[in-house]
Design a binder for this molecule. Sequence first.
Ligand code: CTP
Ligand code: ZN
Length: 154
Amino acid sequence: MTEKDTELRVSKIRDGTVIDHVPAGEALHVLAILGIDGSGGESVSLGMNVPSGRMGQKDIVKVEGREMSQAELDVLSLIAPDATVNIVREYEVAEKTEIEPPAEVVGLLHCPNRHCITNAGEPVETRFDVISEGVRCAYCETIVREDITDHLAV
Ligand code: CTP
Ligand code: ZN
């Protein structure tokens, strides 16, 4: 069976976003980044640990009627640096974006340091620099290395 045959297990969508080439096991984190927990009524299809020619195994996330903001793409790049984001309109892939890691992530992650200025109830947006080990708070320099999606502010 070819990769194309296998992918047909997850139906094509009409309008929305297909996040492809997600590392196997990360699909639920992708949903967390999108703020999707099922309560919003979106139609979502997931493929987890499906065979991929390029990656061995991969996850794939398809969301109807939804496009991704740049901020969401920035966080996605931290957990799925090789993902492809396809915008689908009327069943056709209208745009295909290869993810690029941002230099910084603004407003989307909480700082885990309780004493950080961003946790003091001040009107300060969180700001993390993207470094090779993970992300670093621009205010208190706390580094988040793993499970970055546990720190999502959404
Ligand atoms: N897709 C979909 N619904 C559509 C069109 C495309 O779910 N109406 C999905 C395809 O199943 C595929 C992804 O969007 O997983 C990208 O589609 P396409 O560019 O046609 O596939 P490939 O050429 O295999 O993509 P790539 O080169 O990025 O691997
Ligand atoms: Zn901080």
